[in-house]
Design a protein around this ligand. Structure first.
Ligand SMILES: Cc1cc2nc3c(=O)[nH]c(=O)nc-3n(C[C@H](O)[C@H](O)[C@H](O)COP(=O)(O)OP(=O)(O)OC[C@H]3O[C@@H](n4cnc5c(N)ncnc54)[C@H](O)[C@@H]3O)c2cc1C
Length: 345
């Protein structure tokens, strides 16, 4: 008999965990429940005409170690390097040539979501998209209730990948001490909110950098990236700016009319880049990320107790770093931990 594992969320952490779990154990069947239509969570991409743009994580940093080895050895189909340095701007909007590390920045030609597609695609995991998990409970195994009124399971083990506050909600009310402790610890992880505007132009922007980051963290804008610096993303005669507002601005304006937010961020981008044509994009898109970047990680020890009850967690907040490569690394390790801890099927 195979072991049944239920996963909540199809972010990069869950994709990496599925990969190591399924490649270490042939007796495990994984079913993933993902509330959205896409894979890879906050590492998100959209397509429009011949343009691809990333509106969550900007890239995967080559941080070395096992994540970089895995990507370059096994999942380099379509992998591209972001071209150009990251410069800085200050509270007054003055741009300077920043101190830029020499680590490579990666994405995939058809979008950063390819990362999760590669990882899941190397397994037989079943993925149920547009299926939001609303609760979990244990009887003769772990059961997952979904928002459409169905119940799934029994599962021998669960892996939860949503951001900490959403994981905390799912962990409420099981009546199991170790699960309560994990839920309480997850509920204490705080997040920065980021509101993203995507601005498309039918002309090329001439600039010597890939991106600008607000170094003193005192501007309404935190980041401006040029998607045309990612091979395969933007046709030659066009430009796409991804403008991420600061956490303070994003929190204050989260529920403001999106068109006002987009116009304000386009105005800021035009002033910082010093090109007034940028106030008038040819097309726009936007996304609010309430739980964008965790400030800290999970308190030591609490997830080991829950693992003894066959409930595991993974993601950037478990790793303690708001970074895609950290989420992938944590997923790889969590999948291996599950493979060695789960009883034989
Ligand atoms: C605006 C922004 C910019 C960023 N920039 C960078 C960057 O440049 N470089 C970098 O390294 N990192 C960056 N990050 C951080 C990076 O995106 C995250 O660290 C990483 O993607 C986290 O992956 P994860 O697997 O932990 O979780 P997530 O990607 O959050 O995946 C969780 C998944 O769970 C799903 N889910 C949630 N609740 C439920 C439910 N109840 N039922 C079913 N499914 C559910 C979600 O839809 C999601 O798919 C950025 C993030 C944001 C938002």
């Amino acid at each position: 008999m195979s072991l049944q594992v239920g996963m909540v969320g199809a972010g990069a952490g869950a994709a990496a965990a599925t990969y190591t779990l399924c490649t270490s154990r042939s007796d495990v069947d994984v079913t993933v429940f993902e509330k959205s239509r896409g894979l890879c969570g906050r590492a998100a991409a959209r397509r429009r005409d011949r343009t691809v743009y990333e509106y969550g994580a900007n890239y995967l940093k080559d941080a070395g170690g096992r994540v970089s080895s895995l990507i370059t050895d096994a999942f380099d189909t379509g992998l591209v390097e972001v071209d150009g340095p990251i410069w800085t701007f200050d509270a007054g909007g003055t741009v300077s040539e920043g101190r830029d590390g020499d680590a490579r920045r990666w994405t995939y030609e058809d979008g950063i979501t390819r990362l999760a597609k590669h990882l899941f695609g190397a397994t037989d995991a079943e993925i149920e998209r547009q299926t939001r998990v609303s609760a979990l409970h244990r009887d003769d195994g772990w059961r997952l209730a979904t928002a459409d009124g169905s119940t799934h399971g029994p599962f021998d083990a669960l892996l939860l990948n949503p951001p900490a506050p959403q994981t905390a909600e799912l962990l409420e009310g099981t009546g199991i001490d170790a699960i309560d402790r994990l839920g309480e610890a997850a509920a204490t992880v705080t997040y920065r909110t980021v509101w993203t505007a995507v601005l498309g132009y039918d002309f090329e922007i001439d600039a010597p950098y890939y991106a600008l980051v607000n170094a003193d963290k005192d501007h309404e804008v935190g980041w401006i990236g040029r998607e045309e610096c990612k091979p395969g993303h933007v046709p030659d005669d066009k430009s796409v700016l991804v403008v991420q507002a600061s956490p303070d601005w994003s929190t204050a304006r989260y529920n403001a009319p999106p068109e006002d937010n987009v116009a304000d961020l386009a105005r800021h981008a035009a002033n910082i880049i010093d090109d007034q044509r940028l106030t008038d994009p040819d097309w726009t898109d936007h996304q609010g990320w309430r739980y964008a970047l965790p400030d800290d990680g999970l308190r030591d020890g609490v997830h080991q107790g829950a693992a003894r009850e066959d409930v595991y967690v993974t993601g950037d907040w478990v790793a303690g770093a708001a970074r895609l490569h950290a989420a992938v690394r944590d997923g790889l390790e969590t999948g291996e931990h599950m493979a060695s801890s789960l009883a034989d099927g």
